[in-house]
Design a protein around this ligand. Structure first.
Ligand SMILES: NC(=O)C1=CN([C@@H]2O[C@H](COP(=O)(O)OP(=O)(O)OC[C@H]3O[C@@H](n4cnc5c(N)ncnc54)[C@H](OP(=O)(O)O)[C@@H]3O)[C@@H](O)[C@H]2O)C=CC1
Ligand SMILES: O=C(O)[C@@H]1CCC=N1
Length: 273
């Protein structure tokens, strides 16, 4: 557990708030006043204080004072100025955990002049403890700091450590941006249900259970998706007719292009540093 370690969040936006909320609700962080969040918008600070009882500030330097763990949760586009402000301001013993898309460990260590950095790529499902996070640590991260990282990430869902940072970029496209692609698919299926005449609530319930059931079936049987798809597809039947339209519309290529374009964008954001 994290005991009475102080944790600073730089950026209290969508992801910052989800992580704070989950770490507090699971008691991974025992007391909200161990957390200080910095965010430029004072209205955002008031919201986080009121909702979670955490400390807030509009000063990044103030946030990291006395912190043993500093979580960077800002957009890559503002990271350069954030790192310039925080350079040499973080305690040398502290661990920095970044969730910033695309930005590599070497750039983070150099920008902050700080050796102990963990780069992570979580996804939005951290909010409900079903996140998927891939992470990689710089060589200066100690065993204790690695175990603190695991405690934090396990409270958010599944965590996968890797020494190959390329996986972080791939995870950004596949398992992080990928949630957005899945939500688009879900939205489209619900809309099709409404078009057929189901209520939106009925369409949503059927769609979510269908997806959850399909995922569970794959987890439990460990069968290739093509095998399961073939089992659904009765000769001359309904599934075959629908699958023909998906293939004609280029579904595989569209999905593949989306993931590969997301990977390029991740690399492009990282190349700013
Ligand atoms: N959203 C997602 O699903 C995921 C996002 N990420 C990564 O997480 C990071 C944050 O993303 P997300 O939460 O979606 O973005 P948000 O814009 O919601 O959050 C970023 C927060 O940082 C604040 N901020 C801006 N400038 C500064 C500054 N100089 N100092 C401190 N805080 C600042 C923003 O304030 P303001 O709005 O006023 O600018 C905002 O509240 C990104 O790097 C992204 O790549 C990683 C995995 C998943
Ligand atoms: O869209 C983004 O840039 C961030 C990183 C991955 C998911 N959301």
């Amino acid at each position: 557990m994290l005991g009475d370690l102080k944790i600073a969040f730089i950026g209290g936006g969508t992801m910052g708030e989800m992580i704070i909320s989950r770490l507090l609700s699971t008691k991974t962080i025992q007391q909200p006043d161990l957390v200080t969040v910095s965010d430029p918008l004072s209205t955002r600070c008031f919201h986080l204080e009121r909702e979670y009882g955490v400390r807030t500030t509009t000063s990044n330097i103030e946030a990291v004072q006395g912190a043993s763990i500093v979580i960077l949760a800002v957009k890559p586009q503002v990271l350069a100025s954030v790192m310039a402000t925080l350079k040499d301001k973080i305690s040398p013993d502290a661990l920095v955990i970044s969730i910033v898309g695309g930005v590599g460990i070497a750039s983070l260590c150099q920008g902050l002049n700080h050796p102990a950095v963990v780069r992570t790529m979580p996804n939005i499902a951290v909010q409900v403890g079903h996140g998927t996070t891939v992470w990689s640590a710089s060589s200066s991260v100690t065993e204790i700091q690695r175990s603190h990282t695991q405690v934090i990430l396990q409270a958010l869902g599944k965590e996968f450590a890797t020494q190959n940072e390329h996986y972080l970029d791939m995870a950004t496209a596949l398992s992080s941006a990928g949630t957005g692609f899945i939500f688009l698919y879900i939205e489209a299926v619900i809309d099709a249900g409404v078009q057929m005449g189901l209520t939106r609530a009925q369409a949503q319930e059927l769609t979510l259970h269908t997806i959850a059931g399909s995922v569970e079936l794959m987890f439990q049987t460990d069968e290739h998706p093509a095998i399961l798809r073939n089992k659904v597809t009765s000769p001359g039947g309904v599934t075959a007719a629908g699958l023909y339209e998906l293939e004609k519309g280029g579904m595989r290529t569209v999905i593949s292009n989306a993931v590969l374009t997301a990977l390029s964008r991740t690399q492009q954001l990282g190349n700013m540093f």
